[in-house]
Design a protein around this ligand. Structure first.
Ligand code: TPP
Ligand code: MG
Length: 789
């Protein structure tokens, strides 16, 4: 349980919070105004920003950051409240005026909170709505994991994971997938505070939706705290004869409530009297009030009432039950467009800002001063300095760190050469060997955590799981095993287990990989997360994968099986676009080995690369296709760099065949035939078009920057070939993954690979149909040689 200390203030706590609230509203609004109206605009494009979304959540964020949160807590802030977060950090002395004045500018504060670009104060990036919210639940699960495994000091305070969410974020399906998974893992200490302004981007939300949310959350084991009315409204409703006023507000449709809020006191009066002019109890409340006072009373929602908010948060902090706060708010509260349905991208005009500035007592030229215009500013400063959250976690900010785990020079592995096996099976066997936790792999095996959305066994994780166990905070027996019912798999769970089993929801896999892949930064515990998924279903979770990479999470993704090689499994099981995703995805190094010796090199590289500051997450695309494993010595550096010559071409050769992954055998057969006519031809094994392409781009950049000697690996590889030589390339994936290679040295590429998918068949039929068999490769070679000089 997390205890909440009272704050020593020197001024009334609520007064101090109210002063901060006012300052945050000013700073967030000004930051956006400055970006749009004050700063020179070179291209005439709208800069944008969300003053209304910020205003809506300011009281909630004030209560949390300035009273409730502790330094070790981790928070995902709804994307369009980024300026509020920047302003909070500014008050804590951890954000600069330059960055805020540069909001949405190159090098300035980011439009949406970003871990990788805004620096060490941001716990979670947000932007694609729903994902940041769900991530908090997975981050909490990872906290449970590292604590259970003794990877952090068990006496350290347990962090609470908090999402400050927009209500429309609850429309995203991934929220409910995450809730289900969180329930299964009995996740604790998670709060989702919903800024319930009943407005999204386009419009006002359907009425009575809140009833649905309450039910959904409760069904998943959450506590739901509905924070509807502020103290003044509650006091008014409690007056004699005023129950009908409460009933009227309760029944007021969302759109009407919003419209009245926008219109102000006179409109409120007219609407109330139209329905209740004869109710003396109601009239006794509203008649004495001026229009402004009536408007203020009617918009006194709990989400803007600091006392109600802090009280509710403090009460909830007594328990570790996951809690959803539905905090009723008004979008644009305190600003001229409060409540207007079109206010999402609305902004104060210059004239409105002048009025607002005057009302905030901000003198021209002092807009960025930290406590400008506040009464008792020294007391407020003292208060801000005394806030528990203001203590930075580390001198550098909120980032923790963990030393890298040593990776043995060669991973333990079974004998592979000469056996007929697939890369997927090889992956399972190598991981299983690591799982023995012997010798140099002992430490490595301790830090690996595997996870899979219901495809652990079918992606060959089984032997590893049998060795290392399935993780759960609660020990659960394996009924089949205990009943001596034959099964190859142990599914009992315990807190020492090192595999986290998820239901079939690929977004959850990527969110969990994202959370685990940030564990060194967030928890100070190094994890080497490995997630397996059927390669085609990477598409299903792609936004969450993108999100994990965007945050620079470090993990290994194993996509297997892949491509049309799945053959009889037609339909959406055949991934053809994933090699292209691997090329374009930032902060993700993608590889596809054809043989297990390459795989062993790449797997080792992945564990090393994901821990390096300059490294990234890694994606291995594997296959279930059987192949006789060669006995050879490989140049590990070449494999990691993206390709190696199986047979180097003769100097000035007219042609080479380049293959990637499962189609190796077809390429080899075709190559043997080609050699009869073209003895100088080369055979290139491509292990990563992604790395080759990245290296080529980098060399071009360096040359343009004046480094004339810069040379890309792919340039060196292709150098022996004739200038207009032909490259016949083939992979079980979209041929565009290789097509660019022709531009490296002006050579002619004939790229093969399926550009359609979804047909059932056997490999022979499908490779013929989609032109990846040996005869298609030879046809392409013939075409290339005939059309060449
Ligand atoms: C996945 C995704 N879809 C669409 C958007 C564009 N978008 C940004 S904010 C928003 C509406 C958000 O409404 P809500 O969450 O209620 O926030 P608030 O009312 O507080 O602004 C939308 C659709 C987005 N950021 N992410
Ligand atoms: Mg909203």
């Amino acid at each position: 349980m997390n205890e909440i200390r009272p704050i020593a203030t020197g001024m009334e706590r609520l007064e101090a919070l109210a002063a901060v609230e006012r300052k945050l509203l000013w700073l967030a609004s000004w930051m956006i105004h400055n970006a749009n109206h004050i700063r020179p605009n070179r291209d005439g494009l709208k800069v944008g920003g969300h003053q209304a979304s910020c205003a809506s959540v300011i009281s909630i964020m004030t209560a949390l950051y300035f009273e409730i949160l502790r330094p070790s807590d981790r928070v995902a802030v709804k994307p369009h409240a980024g300026p509020v977060l920047h302003a909070i950090n500014y008050l804590f002395g951890r954000q600069s005026v330059e960055k805020m004045a540069g909001l949405r500018q190159f090098g300035g504060a980011q439009a949406y909170p970003s871990r990788s670009k805004d620096g060490a104060e941001i716990d979670f990036s947000t932007g694609s709505v729903g994902l940041g919210v769900a991530l908090t639940s997975f981050a909490s699960l990872i906290q449970d994991y590292v604590r259970a495994h003794g990877l952090v000091d068990p006496s350290s305070r347990k962090a609470r994971h908090v999402a400050i969410a927009g209500d429309a974020e609850l429309d995203e399906g991934n929220i409910y997938e995450a809730l289900l998974e969180g329930w299964k893992h009995d996740v604790r200490d998670v709060w989702w505070v919903v800024d319930y302004n009943r407005q999204s981007l386009d419009s006002v939300m359907p009425d009575r939706l809140f009833g649905r949310f309450e039910g959904l959350f409760r069904d998943m084991g959450w506590k739901v705290v509905s924070l509807k009315y502020g103290r003044r409204l509650r006091a008014a409703f409690a007056r004699p004869g005023a129950a009908s006023l409460r009933g009227w507000v309760d029944e007021c449709p969302n759109s009407m409530y919003s419209a009245l809020t926008f219109q102000g006191g006179a409109a409120w009066r007219q609407a109330i009297l139209a329905d209740m002019s004869k109710r003396s109890g109601v009239r006794a409340i509203i008649d004495p009030l001026s229009d402004d006072a009536l408007a203020s009373l009617m918009t006194n929602l709990a989400g803007h009432d600091l006392a109600t908010l802090t009280e509710a948060f403090r009460a909830a902090a007594q328990s570790d039950q996951p809690t959803c706060f539905l905090a009723y708010t008004i979008k644009g509260m305190g600003l001229p467009f409060a409540g207007h349905k079109d206010n999402h991208a609305g902004m104060m005009t210059v004239e409105q800002m002048d009025v607002f500035k005057a009302s905030m007592n901000v003198r021209p030229g002092h807009e960025w001063d930290r406590f400008e215009g506040l009464e008792q500013r020294q007391a407020v400063e003292r208060f801000v300095d005394s806030v528990p959250y203001a203590t930075s976690l580390t001198p550098q900010g909120r980032r923790l760190s963990a030393p890298p785990v040593a990776v043995p020079a060669v991973l333990p592995q079974p004998k592979i050469a000469g056996r007929k096996m697939s890369t997927q099976a090889g992956y399972g066997e190598i991981l299983s060997e690591i799982g023995r936790a012997e010798g140099t792999a002992k430490e490595l095996s301790r830090h690996i955590v595997t996870m899979s959305p219901d495809v652990a066994v079918s992606t060959n994780l089984g032997p590893w799981i049998n060795r290392r166990g399935v993780f759960d905070r609660h020990t659960r027996d394996d009924v089949f095993r205990d009943g001596k019912l034959a099964s190859a798999q142990r599914w009992g769970t315990n807190p020492d287990g090192q595999h986290i089993e998820l239901g079939i929801a690929e977004q959850n896999l990527f969110l969990l990989l994202g959370a685990a892949g940030l564990s060194h930064d967030l928890l100070g515990a190094r994890l080497l997360p490995v997630g397996t998924v059927y390669d085609p279903f990477v598409n299903r979770g792609h936004d969450a994968l993108f999100y994990a990479c965007y945050q620079d999470a470090r993990f290994l993704l194993v996509g297997t099986p892949s491509g049309i090689t799945l053959a009889p499994e037609g339909g959406q099981h055949q991934s053809t676009n994933t090699p292209l995703l691997g090329i374009v995805q930032d902060r993700l190094a993608s590889f596809e080995p054809a043989y297990c010796d390459e795989l062993a090199i790449l797997l080792r590289h992945a564990f090393d690369w994901m821990q390096r500051p300059e490294g990234s997450a890694v994606w291995l695309r594997l296959s279930t296709r059987l192949a006789v494993q060669p006995d050879r010595r490989l140049d590990a550096k070449a494999v990691i760099s993206g390709a190696h010559w199986v047979k180097p071409p003769a100097q000035g050769a007219r042609i080479a065949i380049a293959y990637q992954g499962a189609v190796a055998a077809e390429a080899e057969t075709a190559f043997d035939a080609l050699l009869e006519d073209e003895p100088g031809a080369g055979l290139l094994a491509i292990t990563s078009p992604d790395r080759l392409y990245a290296g080529w781009r980098e060399a071009q950049r360096r040359r343009r920057g004046g480094d004339a000697q810069a040379k890309a690996y792919i340039e060196t590889l292709l150098a022996p070939l004739k200038r207009d030589a032909a490259l016949v390339t083939v992979l079980d994936g979209h041929p565009a993954a290789h097509a660019w290679m022709g531009a490296v040295r002006g050579q002619r590429v004939f790229a093969l690979g399926p550009d359609h998918f979804g047909q059932s068949g056997d490999v022979t039929d499908l490779y013929r149909e989609y032109e990846t068999d040996a005869s298609a490769i030879l046809d392409a070679c013939a075409e290339a040689l005939l059309s060449g000089s």
